[in-house]
Design a protein around this ligand. Structure first.
Ligand SMILES: Cc1ncc(COP(=O)(O)O)c(C=O)c1O
Length: 362
């Protein structure tokens, strides 16, 4: 494989190297089939097996009971903002949205186009530096509560699965699904675009609990009705076969790594290294997130001036580190260190940060 750099991109993001090697090896012809994954029919026995195995791997990793449906959809997490509201927002009962940051806002805006929504909590006055506690969320009689477990732009994350006392929780986990074990009984729906922690862009993973499916709105357009995909095994129309194939291999790689517990420990260790450099910099590096709400996936921080940030990014690029520029909405820097991001890349960034502070610090 030709030389790879450290890719800190927030998404699409780094994939495990063994997965890339298998894709490359088998791209012209799948073993024994004589045709590429890019060419094969989505109704073939091979794709039957692929989809069943991918679902099975997810079920194992997340310990999903038979009450959960696993769907492979398209349109990204952004389409889910609309689709979930179409399916579950009840005109008589507002949906509650936790306004935790940029992505939560988009989810809420999409739902507000379709029915009544209320803001269950907002982090706006604190500049989106923390997540809410369960006790802060106003959810009384809501059709559902929408959470965003990891705000990719701000770099803040829920550290736990909140207990909302029976309010159905729908959670956007686009940037941290499979980064840690989950208490699935705290949720009724989880969704994620794959292109951060799970695979390439093109497939959106939707996990739906049977109980929520009984509360669907009537007369939904076919392609926006979850039942369409439940009944057809996510094959009402042509699914994104290649993206599912890559997802399947990423899940296999995750299992080879020992599953979610060890992956969580590795993610914690990587993030702690970076946050320690920030904390020991005497303010040269300023983290955005409140300490107790720090994301293990997206580490956001600033340097003393925008000019120094530019210089830092140039030095990082010269040392083979890419994707560190923060989102335009918040500025600063952001190191995205998803499951597949190597510990050596974190070490390289820490070394550069310490060296840069020695050069430019006071
Ligand atoms: C938390 C979160 N939600 C939603 C999205 C939107 O995802 P997509 O581009 O798949 O629509 C993103 C992605 O960038 C995200 O980070």
């Amino acid at each position: 494989m030709s030389e790879r750099i450290f890719n800190f991109s927030a998404g699409p993001a780094v994939l495990p190297e063994p997965v890339l090697e298998t894709i490359q090896r088998d791209l012209p012809a799948l073993p024994g089939l004589g045709m590429s994954i890019l060419e094969i029919s989505h109704r073939s026995a091979y794709v039957d097996r692929l989809m069943a195995e991918t679902e099975e791997r997810l079920r194992q990793l997340l310990n999903l009971s038979a009450d959960w449906q696993v769907l492979f959809l398209q349109g990204g997490a952004s389409l889910q903002f609309t689709m979930l509201a179409m399916n579950f927002l009840n005109a008589d009962r507002p949906a509650a949205y936790a306004d935790s940051g940029a992505w939560a806002q988009k989810a809420q805006e999409a739902a507000a186009q379709l029915g009544p929504v209320l803001t269950a909590w907002s982090g706006q006055s604190e500049h989106y530096t923390r997540m809410p506690a369960a006790s802060e969320l106003l959810t009384s009689d809501a059709s559902y509560l929408h959470l965003t477990s990891n705000e990719t732009i701000q770099g803040i994350a829920l550290q736990d699965d909140l207990d909302l006392n029976g309010v159905p929780v729908i959670c956007d986990m686009s940037s941290d699904l499979l980064s840690r074990p989950l208490q699935m009984d705290r949720y009724r729906m989880i969704y994620a675009g794959a292109q951060k922690n799970l695979g390439p862009a093109g497939v959106t993973l939707v996990l739906l609990h049977q109980e929520l499916l009984t509360q669907q709105q009537p007369q939904l357009p076919t392609m926006l009705d979850y039942q369409t995909f439940v009944k057809s095994g996510s094959r009402y129309n042509t699914p994104p076969v290649f993206a599912i194939y890559v997802l399947n291999q990423v899940l296999g790689w995750l299992m080879d790594q020992g599953g979610l517990e060890p992956m969580h420990a590795r993610n914690r260790a990587k993030a702690e290294r970076l946050y320690a450099v920030i904390d020991q910099s005497q303010g040269f590096y300023a983290g955005h997130a409140a300490t107790a709400h720090r994301s293990l996936m997206n580490v956001t921080f600033r340097l003393p001036t925008p000019e120094l940030e530019k210089t830092f990014l140039a030095q990082a690029a010269a040392q083979g580190m890419d994707g560190l520029k923060g989102h335009r909405a918040v500025g600063g820097l952001r190191a995205s260190i998803y499951n597949a991001f190597p510990a050596e890349g974190v070490e390289a960034l820490c070394a550069l940060m310490q060296d840069f502070q020695r050069q430019h610090g006071h």
